[in-house]
Design a protein around this ligand. Sequence first.
Ligand code: CA
Length: 235
Amino acid sequence: MQADGAKVLVVEDEISIRKFIAVNLHRNDFEVLEAGDGEAALKMAETYRPDVVVLDVMLPGMDGFEVCLKIRKSMPHIVIIMLTARGEDMDKIMGLELGADDYMVKPFNPLELIARIRANLRKMPSRPPVKGKRIFYRQLMLDLEGQRFYKNSREIELTPTEFAIMKVLLGNPLKAFSRDEIMNNVWGGDYFGDLKTVDVHIRRIREKLEDDPSNPCWIETVWGIGYRLGGGEQP
Ligand code: CA
C-alpha cells in the first residue's frame, strides 16, 4: 500500500496534541480525519474507512484499548498505531487480544510517527480494496464486487464455486446449513447434483483456509446436517 494520500484518523482528546499530529500528517500528504473521543472515532472509522488510525490510550469515556478492540473486530485491515504516555502499556497494546500494529510513547517526534505509519502501510501489500460491498467476519473478509476473499488481510484464492459457498456461510455465521441449502444457494434450485459435491468443495476450501484442515475451526461439520461457519482461530 502506498503511503501517499493514505487516510489517517487521529483520535486524541487533547486538542493541541491532536492538531500538532494532524498538521504534520497533512504536510506529508496524508489525508487527515480527527476525533476527540472513542465514540466519535468509531463512527468516523465506519463512515470514512481510514487506512490508518492513530489512537491515544487515554480518552474520556471509552478508552483507547476498547476503541482498538472494536475497530479491529469490524475492520481487520486498518493499521492501528497506539499512543501511550506509559511504557508499561506496551505488552497489552501489542498483545494478540488488542491487535494494534504499533505504538509510540509520548512525547514523540512527529516525523517518527510518520515513518512508523509508512512502514506499517508497506507491510500490507495485499490490502483489500477500500470501495465496494464487503462482508466481514472476525479475520475473514469477502469482497463481493472484486470477488476476492481475505483472511488476516491476505488473499486466499477461491474458485467461483468456493467463493459462492463462502458467501452463503459468511452471510449467516454460526448457522448450520444443510448440504441441500448450500447446493440450492450456490447452484440454484434446478440443479440436481450429488450432495457429496458440496463436501468436495468444502474440503478444498478448508485446505486453503484452515491452519489444520483435518481439525477445522472455520468451517465446522454439523453431524447429520451439513456445515456452519465457526468461530475461527482463537487468539
Ligand atoms: Ca488523551
